[in-house]
Ligand binder design. Structure first.
Ligand SMILES: Nc1nc2c(ncn2[C@@H]2O[C@H](COP(=O)(O)OP(=O)(O)O)[C@@H](O)[C@H]2O)c(=O)[nH]1
Ligand SMILES: [Mg+2]
Ligand SMILES: [Zn+2]
Length: 293
């Protein structure tokens, strides 16, 4: 039986991109009984009734699963941050990075609107160098001048990506610049009109460039650490995780423990102070979180 990937879910139909093109499928009744809920991004086995219609017979095991937007098997999160308007924020970037790492998704940092920078590029270059040191890839782009777009394209090929980032940073502009036929609305203020519109929207993976699939709705819209435990946080900062191998105590939280390699690395300027400060802020936020019942 043929296999494919669900690229859109709408009104009880799943649109499966198979080798022969798009097939409109229904789920088998047995899914409802076993509470298997096929998601956009799922790899499925389907039975074709004819060249355009069929039934999903099996959903392959998922590598991961996002709740908002509901997508399975996300390969990559493109974290879009503008150089200015709104101002670049390492606190917000670190928060996104933690959420992405916690979901075991590969992040890519994209800094947009570099055409608006006059001074200030050196500051951003320093941040970029810090994040590269931590283990992340960083790309500078402008949708105005097309700078950096050719650097970004290869990252999208053959993967399912979600774009994430504050409203107004240039996500839609970036997608339009990569794929002009999309004509996505930019400067879209409807995002501010509450969450109702978002939850009722269907999710679709759109084709970008050759063979890249991108979710048409931004990911990681909730920036709260609802599931992350204090001991998980270390693993959501790859630079801190690496250094922590030299902490004296296993399970060191790098706050008040003696012989902490992470604190020593900050003192020695081997770890940027702001990364450590954000780690501590997030740790406190997790500790202060109300228990769930
Ligand atoms: N100068 C400049 N403006 C940009 C760039 N990218 C986006 N913008 C502007 O920033 C605003 C928000 O962009 P949009 O793509 O809607 O952001 P989104 O909310 O993240 O999708 C719009 O007015 C865009 O024209 C860029 O690279 N350079
Ligand atoms: Mg947008
Ligand atoms: Zn430590």
């Amino acid at each position: 039986m043929p296999q494919g990937k669900i690229v859109k879910a709408l009104s009880g139909f799943y649109y499966v991109l198979g080798e022969e093109g798009l097939v409109q499928c229904r789920g088998r009744g047995v899914f409802r009984k076993n509470k298997v809920n096929p998601l956009v991004g799922d790899e499925v086995v389907y039975q074709a009734e004819n060249s355009t219609e069929g039934y999903i017979m099996e959903v392959k095991e998922r590598r991961n699963e996002l709740v908002r937007p509901p997508i399975a098997n996300v390969d990559q999160a493109i974290l879009v941050f503008s150089a200015v308007e709104p101002e670049f924020s390492t606190a917000l970037l670190d928060r996104f990075l933690v959420l992405v790492e916690y979901n075991h998704i590969q992040p890519l940092i994209v800094i947009t609107k570099v055409d608006l920078l006059e001074e200030g590029l050196t500051v951003l270059e320093q941040y970029a160098s810090d994040y590269r040191e931590a283990g992340y890839d960083v790309i500078f782009t402008s949708s105005e001048t097309a700078q950096g777009l050719e650097d970004l394209s290869p990252y999208l090929a053959g993967k399912i990506s979600v774009f994430a980032g504050q409203s107004g940073v240039g996500k839609s502009s970036l997608l339009n610049a990569l794929e002009p036929e999309l004509e996505l609305k930019t400067n879209d203020i409807s995002q501010h009109l509450g969450r109702g519109r978002h939850t009722t929207r269907h999710v679709e993976l759109i084709n970008i460039g050759n063979s890249g699939l991108v979710a048409d709705t931004p990911g990681f819209s909730s920036l709260e650490f609802t599931d992350i435990e204090a001991t998980d946080l270390n693993y959501c900062f790859p630079d801190i995780e690496r250094i922590s191998e030299n902490c004296k105590f296993r399970g060191c939280l790098h706050v008040s423990e003696p012989k902490c390699a992470v604190k020593a690395a900050v003192e020695a300027e081997e770890l940027p102070t702001y990364r450590y400060e954000h780690y501590k802020d997030f740790l406190q936020e997790i500790k202060d979180r109300k228990p769930r019942y």
